[in-house]
Design a protein around this ligand. Structure first.
Ligand code: COA
Length: 221
């Protein structure tokens, strides 16, 4: 999945590559997590240890796929795709991303997200990509909106940031063709609830009956 790209930057000769995370990337990414704009846009906190964060990147998680962006072989961005556990929501995945603040606004995030969408939808059976984004993160909102994510709701008072509670938009992107019919909220509101499968119950004792029911001695007058 490694693919050279031309960044939208004054230094268009630089080579942007999106590739899989390697253990040697962990420290650079752990340092990036402590940059002020990254802390502001994510749920990180100041004063996190580089060693602890690097260990998080290195921890084995079969449900996480980590992509890294490099610019002339220097690590400048990261995107983590979190697949849901096997089960009824297995077709969904969530994502989080960050770009080195010295390289933001130059197309690195767009390249990372495009690669992640292709990986998720064309290789991993993901039909629904989900994320949360603070309501004032205009750059991220523009990026997600341009890649087909739409706002599904607002999570109120979602994140404490430097003494202020920030709302977050919940956004999602659906794959182009869903292999099953979909019941939308609008349709559900205009029709009677479906009959759900019922758990078999034991027969009830008849009210006021004189015999023949459960626990009675039949034949008594
Ligand atoms: C959000 C983030 C991942 C985006 O990555 P990026 O490399 O900066 O984004 P890009 O350069 O690819 O630009 C994305 C879009 O934002 C637009 N944009 C760039 N700078 C902008 C700015 N200052 N204000 C608003 N939009 C801006 C770009 O034009 C582009 O839109 P387009 O494709 O319609 O042209 C990155 O800025 C970042 O890591 N921020 C801090 C951490 C964070 O917020 N993570 C996301 C948590 S949900």
């Amino acid at each position: 999945m490694s693919r050279p790209r031309t960044p939208r930057s004054p230094r268009a000769t630089q080579k942007l590559v999106i590739r899989a995370f390697e253990p040697s990337d962990a420290e650079a990414l752990a340092r990036m997590m402590q940059q002020p704009s990254v802390i502001a846009g994510t749920c990180r906190t100041p004063l996190e240890s580089v060693a602890t964060n690097a260990a998080r990147f290195l921890a084995d998680d079969p449900l996480r796929r980590s992509l890294v962006a490099t610019l002339d072989e220097r690590v400048v961005g990261h995107l983590a795709l979190h697949l849901h556990k096997p089960g009824r929501c297995r077709h969904a995945a969530s994502l989080g991303m960050m770009v080195d603040e010295n390289h933001q606004g130059r197309g690195v995030g767009s390249a990372l997200l495009d690669e992640a969408i292709a990986l998720a939808e064309r290789w991993l059976h993901v039909l629904r990509l989900e994320l949360e984004v603070h309501v004032d993160n205009t750059r991220a909102l523009r990026l997600y909106g341009s890649r087909g994510f739409s706002i599904e709701g607002v999570a109120r008072a979602h994140t404490l940031r430097d003494g202020m509670l920030i709302d977050a938009f919940r956004m999602a992107r659906l794959g182009a063709a869903l292999p099953y019919p979909r019941l939308t909220a609008e349709e559900a509101a205009s029709r009677t609830p479906p009959a759900l499968p019922r758990t078999p119950q034991p027969p009830r004792r008849p009210k006021g009956g004189t015999g023949g029911g459960w626990g009675t001695r039949g034949g008594q007058a």
